[in-house]
Design a protein around this ligand. Sequence first.
Ligand code: FMN
Length: 185
Amino acid sequence: MKKFIVVYYSRTGNNEYLAKKIASQLDCDIEKIMPRVNSFIFFLLNISLGIKKIKHDVAGYENIILCGPIMMGRFLSPLHDFYKKYKKSIKKLYFVTCCGSGFKVKDDKFGHATVFKYIKGLMGEKLAHCEALPVGLTLPAEKQDDGDAIMKARLSDENFKDEIEQHFNQFIEQLKRETKKRNKK
Ligand SMILES: Cc1cc2nc3c(=O)[nH]c(=O)nc-3n(C[C@H](O)[C@H](O)[C@H](O)COP(=O)(O)O)c2cc1C
């Protein structure tokens, strides 16, 4: 059985960048979630039309790294649909998001920790961990609370450094440590 696969959805590229970076660090398979109908309006309204079949065999991986954005304080429907469709095949799942909400507002209505609580309730024991890499960490300190600047921020090799890179590296280390420990049991 293979150890990891990264499965992701991304609209404007941030989570695609992150997903590829994780897959490259873990040297593992990666696949993009393809919604049956790629309507952003539907996603924002939480209308779900399902996703296309994942080409990799989800049951053949010990850990799924699910990567995608948080929008309108929700676990976006392509991500939700992936979980619903493959629940029985998923052993452990890590959710990681490059989101807009920073650590100071994580518990607000649209904050990532609020969405993480929902995900925990949905997945229970299958959920190993949720990780947020707020895109605002790539901005200068004075812009990190600026909503417009956050919405426009895009991850790139030029700005994926310092604080965001440190969080990323810690997350990768945690993944490696936890999965190694679980295998020893
Ligand atoms: C319409 C819209 C709503 C959003 N709502 C939230 C939100 O509720 N919470 C949050 O943390 N970020 C929110 N964001 C920010 C996105 O999560 C962020 O821009 C993310 O990096 C986009 O990922 P992508 O480039 O992979 O699509 C929102 C962005 C858009 C465009």
